[in-house]
Design a binder for this molecule. Structure first.
Ligand SMILES: Nc1ncnc2c1ncn2[C@@H]1O[C@H](COP(=O)(O)OP(=O)(O)OP(=O)(O)O)[C@@H](O)[C@H]1O
Ligand SMILES: [Mg+2]
Length: 461
């Protein structure tokens, strides 16, 4: 068993440059093809010419036989030129007559000679090769020798032309392949150099698009698309880090200020008062870091981590209970769960709880008096609706509320609102579960609609 040649450790041809390798292979294949065609050409020319010669010899032999039967002597008139010679041989192998060129020569064939036409061995007459045909009838044999000189000359002429033409054609084809490859590889090498430069200078530059509409151009365009996406991702990442740092600053600064005040305060009652605020600040920090961590995890792995069958309705009831226990804003907002029915989904219960909690918290924070939550199942989808009667979200901002760190109600102050990560987490978590989330106008208020693919496996069994 031979080991396949591994990439990276090439042997033989692989050591040469790509340009040389391809040109060499093209030249070898072309040479083999041209040589095969040349050999075929020479052979078929030769066999064609000899066929013609034999046909002419047969008709001439017939003529000579008729002349001999008529008692004519073989004179200069009976053979057309010196490329043909004739002998008449009797049954004992004696030469009875010969054309002028063969006078005094031993018979070219020896009896017994087969009756009728017969192709005998080639003979050498006066230094050149002749094809020998015999026609045996009535005790006499007509021996007709045709010179192969013309055939040899024509074959030699064709061979010479091919011997000159084939290398020339080979050189032309190889040269064309070499030049074309050189051009193509140069454009690729130019692209490579531009990419190498990019990694040194940053992602804001783009590759030059070659003019020819070929694969190299498509490669360059695809790489530019890739660079666009990389640059956007890099910017988003940088903005996220900057925003996160900015968000973390204010609670830390607040915490520090309170610590300073506490340190300066003399009485233990003042400490207690400040300690409560500091715990608040620390909680806010914890929440923020939790959210950042959740987003980082969602960015990292596209699917839910600990997926299993989950009853979405159970999660909704649990979260509503938690929310009621924690107390709704100013205590006047009621949460209605009349429209919650069964909804079985496949997913990570922790993430799904987060989705429900973030939507519920937002709704309770913005509602005037009532929040309505619903879960329903239809057409293989489980739909979760969270609806409030608050101010709603202006149309042009509806697609943007899911962006990270986006807060529409900055004026309400940081203590009241969060960091603007809640809906971003909702969107990422929902997408990770193969669902989608949208926000609509509920006139008045906002209506968040989330759907997940239904988990049918358990329900059917
Ligand atoms: N039910 C709603 N009614 C009106 N506006 C809303 C509603 N839900 C969200 N918004 C607006 O969308 C913004 C983004 O919401 P998101 O939940 O992402 O952030 P947040 O609630 O401010 O902070 P966090 O959820 O991280 O504590 C909010 O600041 C708010 O302006
Ligand atoms: Mg929120």
């Amino acid at each position: 068993v031979t080991e396949p040649t591994r990439p990276g450790r090439p042997g033989g041809l692989g050591r040469l440059s790509l340009r040389l390798r391809v040109t060499l292979v093209a030249a070898l294949v072309t040479a083999a093809g041209l040589i095969a065609v040349s050999i075929l050409l020479v052979l078929s020319l030769r066999s064609g010419l000899i066929g013609g010669l034999d046909d002419a010899a047969q008709s001439r032999a017939t003529q000579v036989a008729a002349a001999v039967r008529g008692g004519q002597a073989l004179g200069a008139g009976s053979v057309p030129d010196d490329s043909t010679a004739v002998q008449v041989v009797d049954v004992r192998g004696k030469v009875v007559q010969s054309s002028p060129g063969l006078v005094g020569r031993a018979p070219l064939v020896h009896p017994p000679v087969p009756a009728g036409f017969h192709q005998a061995d080639n003979a050498r007459i006066a230094g050149s090769d002749y094809r020998v045909l015999t026609l045996s009838e009535g005790g006499l044999t007509i021996v007709l020798a045709s010179s192969l000189k013309d055939v040899e000359e024509s074959t030699a002429r064709l061979t010479t032309s091919l011997a000159l033409g084939v290398p020339l054609l080979l050189a032309l084809i190889s040269g064309a392949v070499w030049l074309l490859l050189g051009y193509t590889l140069r454009t690729i090498e130019r692209l490579r150099r531009q990419v190498a430069q990019l990694t040194a200078t940053g992602l804001d530059q783009r590759l030059g698009i070659p003019p020819a509409r070929d694969e190299v151009r498509r490669l360059a365009e695809t790489m530019n698309d890739l660079l666009d996406r990389l640059e956007r991702a890099l910017h988003a990442q940088r903005r996220f880090v900057a925003d996160a740092a900015h968000e973390l600053r204010s609670p830390i600064a607040a915490l520090r200020a309170r610590l300073e005040v506490t340190a300066a305060a003399a009485d233990p009652e003042g400490w207690q008062f400040h300690a409560a605020s500091m715990i608040n600040d620390a909680d806010r920090l914890t929440r923020l870091v939790d959210d950042l961590l959740a987003l980082a995890r969602l960015d990292e792995s596209p699917g839910p981590r600990h997926a299993r069958a989950v009853d979405l309705d159970d999660i909704v009831f649990a979260e509503v209970a938690r929310r009621r226990a924690a107390g709704t804003a100013s205590g006047i907002v009621s949460i209605v769960t009349a429209e919650v029915s069964a909804g079985l989904v496949e997913g990570d219960p922790e993430l799904l709880r987060r989705v429900v909690r973030n939507l519920l918290d937002n709704a309770v924070r913005h509602a005037h008096s009532q929040v309505r939550v619903g879960v329903s199942t239809s057409d293989g989808r489980v739909e979760l609706v969270v609806l409030d009667d608050g101010p709603g979200i202006p149309g042009q901002l509806r697609s943007r509320v899911f962006e990270r760190f986006l807060r529409l109600d900055d004026a309400r102050g940081r203590d009241d609102g969060g960091s603007g990560l809640g809906l971003a987490i909702v969107r990422e978590a929902v997408l990770a579960h193969g669902g989608s989330v949208t926000v609509e106008d509920a006139r008045p208020g906002a209506r968040f609609v989330v759907w997940f693919p239904e988990n049918r496996s358990l329900r059917d069994s």
